[in-house]
Design a protein around this ligand. Structure first.
Ligand SMILES: [Fe+2]
Ligand SMILES: [Fe+2]
Length: 333
């Protein structure tokens, strides 16, 4: 266990701290004098911290890279309202010193319970082909391991170990509720199969053994293309799978971002595809809000949320205050 986590920063303002982090980014930049300084983003499972090293840069510059684990000593203070660490010492850590769980954020839910809940939904499928396909994915030990670990995104939403699974289980629940409202239009098994597959390519798009970054394949192809390939590979193990189903699933995958500018080459053209797009978008945005409120537990109005491009009002806090103080302003009509 580390002694200092990024979330504890406020208690250590203006103090010298010693702690360990994973290097999320590393840049060497020139000072006014032309000499180099190091600008780093250090991370642990609770957050990110900017760090600068002004002196002895040449000694340190080649001894570590992004994704390495480092032990540092430095002064923690606030700069432009944000915590920053001025580094005095830095060294790379030995593999034996590293407890990986300290550095990568992880879902607070039980991953095996989430996996069983996914399996429970699949058990309820009536369509034998779709059931066999999702079974084939879930029975693949490599897929299982990766699906249980992958984040759902690099930083926008569910950016934690188990995030993909957490997101998909939540999406299954919302899809299950919403499809009941349109029984004559939505095929539940098709919708849920789309939900299972829609982000499965993230297991190859993102690297998540140290910090979360895009793999080269992920960067160049994106998860939707990777998913088509994964689907085709898996279909080879499911005999008698109807070709028309395959096309529907391919469309669910490639249209789920909903707009050309978000990387979908086709707009959702049937009810399940439209519903998958909107509910996926809803679930990711709700999670982005939840995580932001959690990061700023005391704020009624939060700071700017970069993924939603707006500050947020924490209505739980807002209404609670209203109800306890009893101060209610009459609306002007
Ligand atoms: Fe996606
Ligand atoms: Fe998604």
């Amino acid at each position: 266990m580390k002694d200092f986590y990024v979330t504890d920063a406020a208690q250590f303002e203006n103090q010298v701290i010693t702690s360990s982090f994973v290097v999320a980014s590393k840049q060497a930049k020139p000072k006014k004098s032309g000499e180099l300084y190091l600008a780093l983003t250090l991370a642990d499972r609770t957050g990110h911290l900017e760090a600068k090293m002004w002196d002895n840069v040449n000694e340190h510059i080649d001894c570590f890279e992004r994704d390495d684990f480092v032990k540092v000593r430095g002064l923690l203070n606030k700069f432009n309202g944000r915590f920053q660490l001025t580094l005095h010492k830095l060294r790379c850590m030995e593999e034996s010193e590293i407890e990986f769980g300290d550095y990568l954020p992880r879902t607070t839910k039980d991953i095996d319970v989430l996996w069983s809940s996914l399996a429970g939904f699949v058990e309820s499928f009536r369509d034998p082909h779709l059931k066999a396909l999702v079974h084939a994915f879930m029975a693949d030990p490599q897929i299982e391991r990766a699906y249980k670990c992958a984040p759902a995104a690099k930083s926008l939403h569910h950016a934690f170990i188990g995030g993909l699974l957490d997101h998909v289980v939540s999406l299954f629940q919302v899809c299950d509720l919403a499809c009941r409202n349109y029984p004559e239009m939505i095929d539940r098994d098709l919708l849920l199969t789309g939900a299972f597959l829609h982000d499965i390519g993230k297991v190859h798009e993102l690297s998540f053994t140290r910090s979360f970054t895009y793999t080269t394949r992920g960067q160049l192809l994106g998860h939707m293309i990777i998913e088509l390939e994964m689907l085709h590979e898996k279909l080879a193990q499911v005999p008698g799978f109807p070709a028309e189903y395959k096309t529907l699933l391919e469309h669910l995958i490639i249209s789920h971002h909903g707009k050309y500018e978000f990387g979908s080459p086709k707009l959702p053209m049937f009810p399940e595809a439209l519903m998958l797009h909107y509910l996926d978008d809803l679930d990711s945005k709700m999670e982005s809000m939840r995580a932001h409120f959690l990061r700023e537990p005391d704020a009624e109005w939060t700071s700017y949320n970069a993924s939603l491009e707006r500050p947020l009002l924490n209505t739980v806090k807002f209404l609670e205050k209203l109800r306890t103080t009893g101060v209610v302003t009459a609306s002007e009509e």
